[in-house]
Every structure is written in structure tokens, then in C-alpha cells.
Design a protein around this ligand. Structure first.
Ligand code: 3HC
Ligand code: NAI
Length: 683
């Protein structure tokens, strides 16, 4: 039983218990419907309180059921039965009232909430729209603008805002159930308020809808659901309640079966599985209560900000006092930027900065639980840092390197107790990007990996276990992206055509714009190191740009020209000249956006399969999360490998063979060829 009923005088308390988040699975819908019918038939009951056990009110429909055909009783019928019950229902809400959970609450006559409760219609984040009256009842309760904001963005609001909008009637400060029962007793004898289905919908003119449509389109970039949510709200203001419900339901059912919804569900579950690799099941993670960062440059400062945002006191170690002061001002600049953009109050920013202590003395680190090294990408420098850390820190301290390309096995070769050493590869800006690659060496203990994962969760990041190779998962794929982008230039495409195609595909930026923004020198340095190691690196045009000092926006020229002080990329004659001299008499191809995207993405899928084949990534979903959270791959496409499966691996291989026969891509990897045979990536 997912629903039990208890009584306090004339008040029945219907209590839902369907862990972990009281999702509206079929059994719960059935039991709730049953409760409505039963309580309607109990003459002694005057009002009903609906409350939930555990950490939250109903978090929505059961996402696990979305891959299967819908089964009765359907949620709109459950909501309607509550709305039309003979007795008034009072929702007692704590934790979250999301999606179907909020729709159930909208069916109740009154809504009470505990402080710090979240309310929202997050369906668009799953590629769908509300399917049980969210777009029809909500505008009738809180107005069209607020409903549009919530349903098209999937954002949540807290108790205070919900109160202001009229979404809830009362905030209960003490015990929620007791408060709800008292409230229910206070309404006994009053007429039941008219349900939202009988209220008329507010009207808006064409200008409002036109404006709303263009705002939603510009924010949703390729996602279908937000515009559909808007259309459903608009329809709900133009037709009667029943027609509006029918329109919403049919849109919901269409989207539920769509590729975007499947992709977004895949990401939803992948994100929840990533912090729990099966081999770490039951491995304890020692708590991290304090941290230190060595090196306060771009990455060190971002990592410090992330650690401070999570409340950890941090010591910054630099080479000398001057560098330490510079490092601290790098951290200050991050917090100042947040204040400027109203993301943080000046008071909180000051508090976060005050929690950073600078030092040049490793002896200050004897009590810290974690040290992250973010010094120059130089093996000798990093090894020296870890020698000092080994001597200064306690034997239990977790020691981590943020190296991008060096081998952590070598960096940690002389660490004492090397089982507590690993790579923690943050992405820039480290206080913003959600990805954290966790890179164990051959001797890192499971406990240290578990601790790295726990740190990621503390910082609100997605931990992905990556094996040791050049670039781990993310940067190894990035090298393929960049090499392919250059191959396209040699075959007749322009930088702006390539960037436009990748934006059209859904990336936030094209590969050339991104390099100009970050600076071409970082990758040049890495190529030089790789060539020193005897590795072949394909970047003929980028090499030439670096030779002539075109390092991107910071030198007012890279792949594009820039007017001084302006970030608008302008096609460059210099670059066009270099491309044509490197291309020589190679044939040009008539590239269009779709073929450009294929020529970049398909080789990445092939490399992703090689990464799986070599066990550098544990599963394809982890590669999906790396691309989404490290590089902005469109979430609604489900990530790189999910996209490959959706396109069809046979198609990917055939296209790759075609491209490689013309010298435009590497041949398909063994991992990809094997995945075609088995029909999946395994893992
Ligand atoms: N259905 C099924 N399982 C769900 C779920 C849902 N709606 N929401 C969460 N879960 C599961 C998770 O998969 C996870 O399971 P696991 O432990 O086996 O991995 C477990 O509940 C805990 O989830 P989180 O790790 O996310 O827990 P948090 O405490 O961090 O967050 C939450 C709780 C805020 C409720 C978050 O889980 C969440 O945002 N869930 C999704 C809510 C949602 O999208 N609701 C709308 C669904 S669509 C809908 O309602 C359609 C309707 O209009 C018809
Ligand atoms: P950076 O050059 O901005 O900063 C390096 C800092 O380390 C400087 O402040 C320097 O004074 C300090 N430092 C150098 N030697 C030191 C020593 N012996 N002791 C104490 N401090 C010392 O470099 P950045 O970009 O922050 O990179 C740091 C590390 O992070 C590198 O390993 C890099 O590969 C990695 N990384 C860089 C990313 C990026 O986008 N910049 C992304 C992910 C990782």
C-alpha cells in the first residue's frame, strides 16, 4: 500500500509513502483514487489532509514509466477526482511539489507548505509538458505570466515566491501535519471553494504571445517542449477547460514518445547513476572538512571559489608572497563578478573570500583533509609540489592533481601512501562547470576514489571516473573535434561555416570561436608536449596561427579578426590565405551544415567507442555526461554516444568510411565496429 489513512476527529489524513520521492507510479495513482472514493463515502469525514512521508511531497510522475505505454488510472483523472471530491482536500506540502505533484496540489481546495519547499513544473527538462492540468489550472491560479515562466523554463520557486504568487494559501512554520489538520478543522462548515476548472482563464493579447514565443525560442535552442508548453497555456486561455485539458494531454502524450524526451530521460538517469559506480558499492568516503589548493592561477582560483561556495575553509599555497597576493585577487575577481551579476550578495562574497588563507609554507597544511594541485602543466614542477605535500600533510589527506594531459601515475610517483593520490580534473571556469573527471592511478584506493566522488557531490558537480590516457575522456575527444574542424577547412569549409554548423547542431559555440575565446596558446603548448613525446598531432593551420602570434581574442586575432575591444568574430583574409596555402590543390567539397556536423561528430563517436574499448570510460552514458557538462553538447540530444545510437551506428560507420576514403576523417575505431556488431556500446 502506498497510501494510508488516519483520522483526527472529522479530519482524515491521507498519507503517501512511495519512496524515494513519492513519484506517482501506477500503484500510487490507484491507491489515491481509491482513497478519494472511500473518503467521499465516509459521512463523519468533513475534510481531508493530503501529506507525504519521507523527504518530500510528490516529486512528479514516475519517470520510470515514461518508456512504456500509459496505464490507467491516468493522472488527470486522479487530479479531477480530488478536485471534485465532496470534501475539501488540503495539500500539506514539504520538500518538492514538482510536475504531477504540483498538479495534484492544484486539484486540492487548499495548499499549505512548509518553509523552504520547492514548487515547479520541470516537465520541459524531460522533453515533455505537464500532462495533468499544469498548463491549464496553473494560469487560472497564479496568472498567465507566472505560469508561462514556470512551465516553459522548468524552473522551481521557493515557498516565499509561491506565497506571493498565490500558489499556496498558508506557510506552516511548525509541524506541517499538525498545522494542516488545524487548518482543515478551521474550514469545516465553510463552503468548499470552487475548483480551478470552474474559474475562467485570464486573457492575453497577440502581442503578449508573440513576445513570449520569441523569448521561449531564443532560450530553448533546439528543444521542442518549451514552445509546446507555451502553446498549451495559450490554448488554455482561448478554449474551455475540457478542450484545454484534451489539448494538453495529447501534446504531452506525443512528446512523451519523442526522441528528445527519450534523450533527456537518459541524461536524467545517467546523472543519478554517475556518482555510484557499482565497484564502489559500500566503499566508505572519509569526510572532507578543509582543503588547500596549490597554485592560484586560472584553475586554482576557480577551484578555490568552488570549495568556498561549498563552505570549506581553504588555504592557497603559492610560490611567493606576490604570487599568493595575485592568486587571492584572482579569487576576489570571481566573487566580485558574481556580485556584479547579482548572483551573490556583497556580504556573502566578503565572507567567502575571508575563508581563504594564503601561504607559501607547506607546514600550514598539516591538518587539511584535501589538497588540489593546480600549478603549471610541468611534470617536474608538479612532482616537486607533491614531494612537499607528502612531507607536510597527514597520511590521510587526499592529494589530487588537476593536470589536463600529464600522466597522474608519473606526477604521483613519489607520493608517500600513493593510494590516497589521484587526478581531479576540473573544467574551466572551475566554479561554474559541473564536470569533474576523477582519474585514479594504478594504485589509487577505492576509498580515495569514493572520497573524490563525495567531494564532487559536495561541490554540486557530476563526477565521472576516467582512466589515464592523453586528455582523459573530455580533452581526448576535444582533440578529435579540433582536428576534424581543421580537416574541414582544408577541404573547402570556412571557419564561420563550421562554427555556424556546430551552433545549429546545438553546441553553445563553434570550435573556432571557442579556441579564440580561450586562447590558442594553451592547445599549442599541449601539442608541443605531445610532439616531444613522439605523438603525431594534426593542427597545421592552428600551428601557423600561433607562429604568427594570432592567439585569439586576447591578441585581437586568431581564427577570426576582432576590432579592438569588440568580441564579434570577423572573417579574416590572413586566415583564409593560410588555409588556402595549407590546402594546396586538395579538392573542395560542397559542405552544408548537416554534413559539417556529421564530419565532426561522427569521428568523436568513433573515438568515444575507442575510449570505452580501452576502459578509459566505464560506460557510454559517462561519455555523454562529459560532453554535456564539460563542453555544452546539447542535453536534448542525450549526449555524444546516445546521439550515435539514435542516428544508428551502422550509419555512423558507413559515413565515416566514406569520409576517411577521402582523407577527411580517421577510419572507424575497433570499438565502434564492434559496437555495430553488438548493437550497443556495452558498459
Ligand atoms: N520518477 C521516478 N524516480 C524519480 C523521480 C521521478 N519523477 N524523481 C526522482 N526519482 C528518483 C531518482 O531517479 C533517484 O533514484 P535512485 O536513487 O534510484 O537513483 C531518487 O529518486 C532520488 O533522486 P535524486 O537523486 O534526484 O534526489 P534529490 O533529493 O537530489 O532530488 C528531486 C529530489 C528534486 C525530486 C529530484 O529527484 C527531481 O528533480 N526529480 C525529478 C522531478 C520531475 O522532473 N518531476 C516531473 C516529472 S514529469 C511529470 O510529473 C509529468 C506530469 O505532468 C504528468
Ligand atoms: P596558470 O598559469 O593560470 O596558473 C598556475 C599557477 O600556479 C600560477 O599562479 C603559478 O604562480 C602557480 N605555481 C606555479 N608553480 C608553483 C609552485 N611550485 N608552487 C605553487 N604555485 C605554483 O595555469 P592554469 O591554467 O590555472 O592551469 C593549472 C593546471 O590546471 C595545469 O596543470 C593545467 O593543465 C590544468 N588545467 C587547466 C585548465 C584551463 O582551462 N586552464 C583546465 C583544466 C586543467
Amino acid at each position: 500500500m502506498t497510501v494510508t489513512t488516519s483520522y483526527q476527529g472529522q479530519i482524515a489524513v491521507v498519507s503517501i509513502d512511495n519512496p524515494p520521492v513519492n513519484a506517482l507510479s501506477k500503484h500510487l495513482r490507484h491507491d489515491l483514487l481509491d482513497a478519494v472514493i472511500r473518503l467521499d463515502a465516509e459521512p463523519a469525514v468533513e475534510a481531508v489532509v493530503l501529506a507525504c512521508e519521507g523527504r518530500t511531497f510528490i516529486a512528479g510522475a514516475d519517470v520510470n514509466e515514461f518508456g512504456k505505454p500509459p496505464e490507467a488510472p491516468h493522472l488527470p483523472d486522479v487530479v479531477a477526482s480530488i478536485e471534485h471530491a465532496k470534501k475539501p482536500w488540503v495539500a500539506a506540502i514539504h520538500g518538492n511539489a514538482l510536475g504531477g505533484g504540483l498538479e495534484i496540489a492544484l486539484g486540492c481546495s487548499y495548499r499549505l507548505a512548509a518553509p523552504k519547499t520547492n514548487f515547479g513544473l520541470p516537465e520541459v527538462k524531460l522533453g515533455i509538458i505537464p500532462g495533468a492540468g499544469g498548463t491549464v489550472r496553473l494560469p487560472r491560479l497564479i496568472g498567465v505570466e507566472a505560469a508561462v515562466d514556470l512551465a516553459t523554463s522548468g524552473a522551481v520557486i521557493g515557498t516565499d515566491k509561491a506565497r506571493v504568487l498565490g500558489l499556496i494559501d498558508t506557510v506552516v512554520e511548525g509541524d506541517l501535519r499538525e498545522g494542516a489538520v488545524s487548518y482543515a478543522q478551521s474550514i469545516v462548515g465553510l463552503p468548499k471553494p470552487p475548483p480551478l476548472s470552474l474559474r475562467s482563464a485570464p486573457q492575453k493579447d497577440g502581442d503578449f504571445w508573440g513576445q513570449a514565443e520569441s523569448t521561449v525560442r531564443s532560450k530553448s535552442k533546439g528543444e521542442i517542449a518549451p514552445s509546446k508548453a507555451l502553446a498549451s497555456i495559450r490554448n488554455a486561455t482561448e478554449v474551455d477547460f475540457h478542450a484545454a485539458m484534451a489539448f494538453e494531454r495529447s501534446t504531452f502524450l506525443d512528446l512523451r514518445a519523442s526522441k528528445q524526451a527519450a534523450a533527456l530521460r537518459h541524461v536524467f538517469f545517467a546523472e543519478r547513476a554517475a556518482p555510484r559506480p557499482p565497484e564502489l558499492n559500500g566503499v566508505p568516503a572519509l569526510e572532507i572538512r578543509s582543503a588547500a589548493v596549490v597554485g592560484g592561477g586560472t584553475m586554482g582560483a576557480g577551484i578555490i571559489a568552488a570549495l568556498r561556495n561549498a563552505g570549506l575553509p581553504v588555504i592557497l599555497i603559492e610560490r611567493d608572497e606576490e604570487a599568493a597576493e595575485r592568486g587571492l585577487s584572482n579569487v576576489r575577481a570571481i566573487f566580485d563578478g558574481l556580485v556584479k551579476r547579482s548572483r551573490l550578495t556583497a556580504e556573502l562574497a566578503a565572507d567567502r573570500l575571508a575563508g581563504v588563507q594564503t601561504s607559501t609554507d607547506y607546514d600550514t597544511l598539516k591538518d587539511v583533509d584535501l589538497v588540489i594541485e593546480a600549478v603549471f602543466e610541468d611534470l617536474v614542477v608538479k612532482q616537486a609540489v607533491f614531494k612537499s605535500l607528502s612531507e607536510a600533510c597527514s597520511a590521510e589527506a587526499l592529494l589530487a592533481t588537476n593536470t589536463s594531459y600529464l600522466d597522474p601515475n608519473q606526477i604521483g610517483a613519489h607520493v608517500e601512501n600513493p593510494e590516497r593520490f589521484l587526478g581531479l580534473h576540473f573544467f574551466s571556469p572551475a566554479n561554474v562547470m559541473k564536470l569533474l573527471e576523477i582519474v585514479p592511478t594504478s594504485v589509487t584506493s577505492p576509498e580515495a576514489v569514493a572520497r573524490g566522488i563525495a567531494l564532487a557531490r559536495l561541490l554540486g558537480k557530476i563526477p565521472i571516473r576516467a582512466g589515464v590516457c592523453d586528455g582523459f575522456i573530455g580533452n581526448r575527444l576535444l582533440k578529435v573535434t579540433r582536428a576534424q574542424a581543421e580537416r574541414l577547412l582544408l577541404a573547402g569549409a570556412t571557419p564561420s561555416a563550421v562554427d555556424a554548423a556546430m551552433r545549429q547542431f546545438g553546441m553553445p559555440m563553434g570550435p573556432f570561436e571557442a579556441q579564440d575565446l580561450g586562447g590558442l596558446d594553451i592547445a599549442a603548448f599541449q601539442r608541443k608536449a605531445a610532439r616531444t613525446r613522439g605523438e603525431a598531432v594534426f593542427a597545421p593551420i592552428a600551428d601557423r596561427l600561433c607562429e604568427i602570434g594570432r592567439l585569439g581574442q586576447k591578441t585581437s586575432g586568431g581564427w577570426y579578426d576582432y576590432a579592438p575591444g569588440d568580441r564579434k568574430p570577423l572573417p579574416s583574409d590572413v586566415v583564409a590565405g593560410i588555409i588556402s596555402s595549407e590546402a594546396g590543390d586538395r579538392p573542395s567539397f560542397p559542405w552544408d551544415g548537416e554534413t559539417i556536423a556529421e564530419a565532426i561528430i561522427f569521428p568523436m563517436i568513433s573515438e568515444g567507442a575507442a575510449i570505452l574499448d580501452e576502459r578509459i570510460a566505464l560506460c557510454a552514458a559517462d561519455i555523454d555526461l562529459v560532453e554535456i557538462h564539460g563542453y555544452g553538447f546539447p542535453r536534448w540530444r542525450g549526449g555524444l554516444m546516445h546521439y550515435g545510437l539514435e542516428v544508428g551506428l551502422t550509419n555512423v560507420v558507413e559515413r565515416l568510411k566514406d569520409l576517411s576514403s577521402q582523407g577527411l576523417a580517421p577510419t572507424p575505431s575497433r570499438g565502434l565496429v564492434e559496437a555495430v556488431v553488438s548493437g550497443s556500446f556495452g558498459g
